[in-house]
Write a protein that binds this ligand. Structure first.
Ligand code: PMP
Ligand code: GLN
Length: 381
């Protein structure tokens, strides 16, 4: 009676849940799961209260409140030099995770192949597999984590339905360049291949580098679902709100499924976010804000035995520990948490074959004093 055929027999609990639980259990500094450790802007909180009290407490329209979609289309249009129809090309979602799952659900049929790059964010492959699709992993080149476009060309065949890209990249902090997007344009030219572009860290790039969006490339935009997260852009991961952008024919199929999975998303927060973006320019200094934190963290570990792998975007810093031990990264991450009081994420879990380059990911979206304390601990190892 209590037996079902698992759709994801190989999948367990995510590494983010595991490492956060271990950190809590051992009262370790939690630089594992990626979430901001500082207070949310008062103005944004007051706006949510205002709309709760005003009575915006019933269902939002299925694709999201139009005011917010108009604001987003204006914002994206200006930033990425594109035109978007807020009525038919933008949908507000329950975070980027739902946008990704929903797109895959709308597009992938039994036997379809999806190209993705490892290390890959953990929600991609299971969503493909649940729908009978086949994830085709191409490893990013360690240690700069760039894409080998020759391999991509070699993997494309008549079953290739979609390519998933992610820049700024979680977990590595690498960025796709103009040249990469030109290559993507080249390999998809003359095909029906669709793209999911996960751009949740669009506002977090460092050292003068700018985020390259597929929205700036008309040939890519017309075949892409582009995914964003207010959790990341407004430092409110617990709100689980985001949005996606795609051509109307694809968005139409997306919404057919969206309406039966969540129907619509949290309504007072959509009003609050709309007013906040319109009047408070919240994305202007996000890169500077996190670049300072990255540099503070790096300065605090400069005397440690960890080797820094450059981080160009996101709020994650990779550190190589091969001078310290040859333990595998999962065991070493657990040891650091339990014995040294600092939790991180092992990178091998994002590879299909658990490739272990002795690299751990540390989230620096934390208060300065915690980053300094974490750095001091890492220097003792
Ligand atoms: N994609 C990437 C690359 C992420 O790091 C995350 C986690 N924030 C998500 C998607 C999911 O975002 P959300 O929390 O909005 O579902
Ligand atoms: N995106 C977050 C990270 O990379 C985790 C989100 C989650 O726990 N699912 O750490």
């Amino acid at each position: 009676m209590n037996q079902i055929k698992s759709k994801l027999p190989e999948v367990g609990t995510t590494i983010f849940s595991k490492m956060s639980a271990l950190a809590n259990q051992h009262k370790a500094i939690n630089l594992s799961q990626g979430f901001p450790g500082f207070k949310v802007e008062e103005t944004l909180i007051s706006l949510v209260s205002k709309y709760l009290e005003e009575g915006k407490n019933q269902y939002a329209p299925m694709p999201g409140i139009l005011e917010l979609r108009v604001t987003l289309s204006n914002y994206l249009g200006k930033t990425y030099h594109c035109e978007l129809n807020p009525e038919s090309e933008i949908t507000v979602t329950a975070g980027a995770t739902q946008a990704i799952y929903n797109t895959i659900s709308a597009v992938i049929n039994e036997g379809d192949e999806v190209i993705l790059f490892s290390p890959a964010y953990d929600c991609y492959a299971p969503a493909i597999e649940v729908h009978g699709g086949i994830p085709v992993f191409i490893p990013l080149k360690h240690p700069d984590y760039s894409i080998n476009w020759k391999s991509v060309k070699e993997q494309i065949n008549s079953k290739t339905k979609m390519i998933m890209i992610n820049s700024p990249h979680n977990p590595t902090g690498s960025l796709l360049s103009k040249e990469d997007l030109e290559q993507l344009k080249e390999v998809t030219k003359g095909t029906d291949i669709l793209i999911i572009s996960d751009e949740v860290y669009e506002h977090i790039t460092f050292d003068g580098e700018k985020h390259e969006s597929v929205l700036s490339y008309p040939e890519l935009k017309k075949r892409s679902m582009v995914v964003y997260s207010f959790g990341k852009s407004l430092h409110v991961t617990g709100w689980k709100l985001g949005f996606c952008v795609g051509p109307d024919w694809l968005m139409n199929e997306f919404r057919k499924i969206h309406q039966f999975t969540v129907f619509s998303c949290n309504s007072p927060m959509q009003y609050a976010i709309n007013e906040y973006i319109l009047n408070h320019n919240p994305f202007a200094n996000t890169s500077e804000f996190y670049e300072r934190k990255r540099d503070l963290f790096l300065a605090s570990i400069k005397d440690s035995r960890f080797k820094i792998i450059p981080c160009k975007g996101t709020y994650f810093q990779l550190l190589n520990y091969s001078e310290i031990t040859d333990m595998n990264d999962v065991e070493f991450a657990e040891k650091l948490t339990i014995e040294h009081g600092i939790a991180s994420i092992p990178i091998s879990v994002f590879y299909p074959d658990l490739e272990d380059n002795k690299v751990l990911r540390f989230c620096f979206a934390k208060e300065d004093d915690l980053l300094i304390k974490a750095g001091k601990l890492l220097c003792t190892i």
